[in-house]
Ligand binder design. Structure first.
Ligand SMILES: [Zn+2]
Ligand SMILES: [Zn+2]
Ligand SMILES: [Zn+2]
Length: 980
């Protein structure tokens, strides 16, 4: 080309060019990228790339393989993915093995309902067939969940997740039970446990939830039948009654005693010819509540211990009610429902002034009642059957359902004249977490894991105290330790995020009663215990259980049903108590929390590439009672330490008003719908956009804001990519010390945000990653840096060094942004990566997070903060001029600044940068004392056709008469470049 032929001006402007589209079309592009990853076998590639590196293990808490995923499940998995991906990009070998909780009540219930619809009953099917149906249901559900989790961009061993219903896992569950037995922590006893009368099974602590419930509150008279003068001489010859208060009248037929506090003062006050005993402090309150004399005449005061072992008669039954003393008795006070132990606890404490200080005690229906009843040798009497009906020995009420019997009992007591007062009473009451019905506390024979002591006897000692040799032979040396004591120590060595986790766990551990691990159900791992058919002696021998576990390993837990007892026991096994050789099998299954608690052993210890303990567990706050808890028990039993080094808790997903999401309420954000509309990235970015340690709010409007934020992040990346067109890093990079100052400033800012982001990833604070990157993209880059370098990028000659300087920075920015966004925006970051000129790895997910540079020039912050402060004022003045129609674009303007001192010096140091900084055609500086003044006028000269800046020198060139002197220089440079 000849120098005489003028260039086509339009073609000499370097407009951005990239395949990275402005419109993301995530709903369409994400599945394409997932396919690409599948073809690459990306997860394997990552494993290979990190081989030999330090391990980082996040252990997945298994979601229940029941229904489809909702926003909460999506959030849980995405947060885990943030951790795994960020640790991987920190250089760790961080494998992710997802798991599924497959056994348990919800699936049984679903199938029972399905059978009902077909007019069938569970008992119409063999247990094997029913279990097969349960298995199929779990398999289908977990397949759908896997599909949905993969769609969210979560990488992991999806082709081989751990399943609590796999043969190996079932065998490991049985082996873990053997381990607990070995430590002497397993026993069978009849003690009160939560019982769902709808589902007819015992429930664990973690399986009840507290809701408001209305119960009858009653004040009842129990006549003292011991000589009243034994209490106080002033009571001699009087008709004395002890007053009790309860909100579960249905437990009164099971009343065997009344507990008082030994150290509290009690008083007897007159009413007619009767005297009533209550705690001194409650005399007025009780009298007022029951409508008695508001200023009662107290005839005697005495310590609670005076009542010890005296006797009352039952309020209406021909039976003794024993007076006992116990420290558990309170004078009321609001209790935290979540640490409630049982029904009776919640009644006693649920109202500050309710109660009498004399506690109705039914050892078969409450934990404290059981404990004190045992101490006083009372029977653990529980006259209520599986479905919550009174047994035939309950006079007047036999066959009635307990909740319905409440009113009848109240009426009956009124007629009998033993009821002083009754009213409706609202309180927090435990409900079954599955069927949502109120539960009862009921003593039945169950298997327990002891929290406080090793049990020398497998079955809690009966009166005859026979030797239980089938068990005691196999107690391990370590059995002296207590599970509660060890757990309490272990949690102090765990990092809890947020920090209150340790308090919550400590309270939970201190309060929890022995762990009831038996369930009267079929879809689970059977408790591997046999009973001698001749003497009924149970066998829970670790060697025997491990033998059974080996059978499960080959044939699955179904073997418990398909094989005879003798074919499950080691050949020739005989009863150590009686020499018997005939056996029956335990029919209860293990608590599913026992199973999922076993996961650290079944998975981390048993799979290649993992290790025990895990670095991190991350779940919702409900898992303090659930998985965090049961996993801890298993960790202690197996290795005397917690199975996790760090436990992270996330909040709930709520709607914009802070209410729980329900499909039926129409306020649920459905992941599937969001994905179809705006892609999985929207959900992922939403997860990062607020602090997961609080509750996470979601609504269409909130997601719209996230979509807007996404667009801004995308546009920022697109600007960098577009202006890297034709940039060859090897050939074109400009060394740091030869860069323009503002470019070095941008790098300093990049380093600053990089350090922030790395620290936030390190601390699992993803909302801080998001905030740092969002601010960097929208303010530092879009509103400042990019605005200022546009002119240089577009109008300077392609290979001009100043332009290359900006491009060198853009490459660093694009590269670092992609890496820092990658754990969160997994699809978009990979797309940015593909469009960068220097990528070495085929996917961003094989790359590492960027290091913060050593070269940061911190002094630039002060210098440029000063300039940007002035710039804000200039931009304001320009905006005013624009509104006043004085100028159109800012390039139409000339800015005159009057300043003095340091400000003037600062501006003078950057005189040649100022027009780019303000995006105006001319800047004039004048020295003048006083406050800085900024004036905007029309720029001098004519508008350059090429760069749209104004210049008095437009027209100087004969070849390019319509352009400014800068453009003439650029065009000469371009021409020369082309000749070369
Ligand atoms: Zn239930
Ligand atoms: Zn026997
Ligand atoms: Zn120009």
């Amino acid at each position: 080309m000849s120098t005489e032929t003028p260039l086509d001006l339009k073609k000499t402007v370097n407009l951005p060019k990239t395949d990275f589209a402005q419109k993301a079309n995530l709903a369409q592009s994400e599945p394409v990228r997932l396919e690409k990853w599948a073809k690459l076998d990306l997860y394997r590639l990552i494993r290979h790339a990190r081989e030999g590196r330090e391990k980082f293990i996040l252990h997945d808490g298994p979601p229940y393989a029941n229904a489809d995923i909702h926003l909460g499940t999506a959030m849980n998995k995405i947060l885990k993915d943030f951790i795994v991906k960020s640790r991987t990009m920190m250089g760790y070998d961080a494998p992710y093995v997802p798991g599924y909780d497959c056994h348990g009540l919800p699936i049984e219930q679903l199938l029972e309902r399905a059978l009902e619809k077909k007019g069938k009953k569970k008992s119409d099917l063999s247990t094997e067939s029913f279990r097969r149906a349960c298995r199929e249901h779990a398999e289908n559900a977990l397949k759908r969940q896997t599909r949905d989790f993969k769609r969210l961009g979560i990488l992991g061993e999806w082709d081989d997740p751990y399943l609590t219903m796999s043969n190996h896992y079932e065998a490991e569950t049985a082996r873990m039970f053997a381990r607990f037995v070995e430590r002497g922590w397993v026993y069978k006893g009849a003690r009160p446990v939560y019982w769902c009368i709808k589902d007819q099974t015992a429930l664990a602590e973690a399986e009840v939830e507290y809701h408001q419930h209305t119960s009858p509150s009653v004040y009842v008279k129990f006549p003292l039948q011991s000589d009243p003068s034994l209490v106080d001489p002033a009571l001699a010859g009087r008709k004395v009654f002890v007053l009790i208060w309860t909100t579960t009248p249905w437990t009164l037929p099971a009343n065997l005693g009344i507990a008082v506090h030994p150290d509290f003062e009690y008083a007897a006050f007159e009413h007619g010819d009767e005297a009533y005993i209550v705690a001194s402090e409650l005399v007025e309150a009780v009298a007022a509540k029951c409508g008695l004399d508001p200023e009662p005449n107290v005839v005697a005061r005495f310590q609670g211990s005076k009542l010890d072992r005296l006797e009352c008669r039952h309020a209406w039954l021909d039976r003794t009610s024993l007076l006992m003393v116990g420290d558990h008795v309170t004078l009321g006070g609001e209790a935290d429902a979540e640490t409630e132990l049982d029904v009776s606890e919640s009644q006693k404490k649920s109202d500050g002034k309710a109660g009498t200080g004399a506690v109705h005690t039914a050892p078969g229906h409450g934990h404290d009642d059981f404990v004190i009843g045992k101490r006083y040798g009372l029977e653990i009497y529980c006259p209520v059957d599986n479905v919550g009906r009174f047994t035939p020995d309950v006079a007047h009420f036999a066959g009635q359902r307990v909740f319905e019997a409440n009113d009848a009992i109240v009426e009956f007591m009124r007629e009998k004249g033993v009821l002083l007062f009754s009213e409706k009473y609202d309180h927090r009451y435990p409900h079954c977490w599955r069927c949502k019905n109120p539960v009862i506390f009921r003593a039945t024979p169950q298997w327990f894991i002891a929290m406080d002591q090793a049990h020398r006897d497998l079955v809690e000692k009966d009166e005859d105290g026979r030797d239980r040799s089938n068990y005691t032979d196999n107690l391990a040396e370590s059995s002296v330790a207590s599970l509660r004591g060890e757990s309490l120590e272990a949690i102090e060595r765990v990092t809890w995020i947020p920090g209150w986790g340790v308090d919550r766990m400590r309270n939970m551990l201190k309060a929890r009663p022995d762990w009831c691990v038996s369930r009267q159900r079929v879809w689970g791992v059977n408790i591997p215990v046999f009973y001698c058919a001749r003497c009924n002696e149970p066998v829970a021998d670790p060697a025997v259980i491990n033998h059974v576990a080996d059978v499960f390993e080959k044939e699955s837990g179904d073997a418990w049903y398909t094989r005879e007892a003798k074919d499950l026991l080691p050949p020739g096994y005989t009863c150590k108590a009686c020499g018997g050789v005939e056996w029956t099998k335990e029919s209860d299954i293990l608590d599913v929390w026992f199973e999922s608690g076993t996961s650290s052993i079944a998975v981390l210890e048993n799979r290649d590439g993992l290790r025990w303990p895990a670095d991190v567990y991350l779940e919702g706050g409900d898992q303090y009672r659930g998985w965090f808890n049961s996993s801890l028990m298993v960790g202690i039993a197996a290795h005397d330490r917690a199975p996790y080094k760090t436990v992270i808790t996330h909040g709930w997903t709520l709607d914009a008003q802070g209410r729980a999401m329900h499909k039926s309420a129409g306020n649920a954000v459905e992941p599937e719908k969001v994905i179809k509309q705006s892609g999985a990235e929207t959900i992922r970015l939403w997860c990062a956009s607020s602090n997961y340690m609080d509750d996470m709010r979601g609504s269409d409007e909130i997601l719209q804001r996230v979509t807007d934020a996404y667009r801004k992040l995308r546009n920022t990346a697109r600007f960098a990519l577009g202006n890297l067109h034709g940039f060859d890093p090897e050939r074109d990079s400009v060394p740091f010390d030869q860069m323009e100052e503002i470019d070095r400033w941008a790098l300093a800012e990049l380093d600053r945000v990089t350090r922030r982001v790395l620290a936030a990833y390190e601390a699992y604070e993803f909302h801080n990653v998001y905030q740092a990157l969002y601010h960097f993209a929208t303010v530092t880059l879009s509103a400042r840096y990019f605005d200022i370098i546009k002119d240089r990028l577009y109008t300077f000659a392609l290979r001009n060094k100043a332009r290359r300087s900006a491009q060198t920075v853009l490459l660093r920015i694009g590269d670092a942004l992609a890496r820092m966004l990658a754990p969160i925006l997994v699809f978009t970051a990979d797309e940015i990566w593909e469009n960068l000129p220097n990528r070495a790895e085929p996917s961003i997910h094989l790359a590492e997070l960027p290091p913060a540079s050593e070269q940061t020039d911190e002094s630039l912050f002060a210098e440029w903060d000063g300039l940007f402060a002035i710039r804000d004022n200039v931009l304001r003045a320009l905006e005013e001029a624009r509104v006043a129609k004085q100028i159109g674009s800012s390039l139409d303007a000339k800015v005159t600044i009057e300043a003095s001192g340091g400000a003037l010096e600062l501006l003078r140091r950057h005189q040649s940068d100022l027009r780019y900084l303000f995006i105006v055609s001319q800047v004039e500086l004048r020295e003048a004392a006083g406050e800085m003044k900024i004036a905007v006028s029309r720029a001098d000269g004519q508008k350059c056709e090429r760069c749209w800046n104004y210049s008095t020198r437009v027209g100087e060139s004969e070849v390019y008469p319509t352009v400014c002197e800068r453009c003439v220089a650029a065009l000469n440079e371009i021409e020369q470049g082309q000749i070369r």
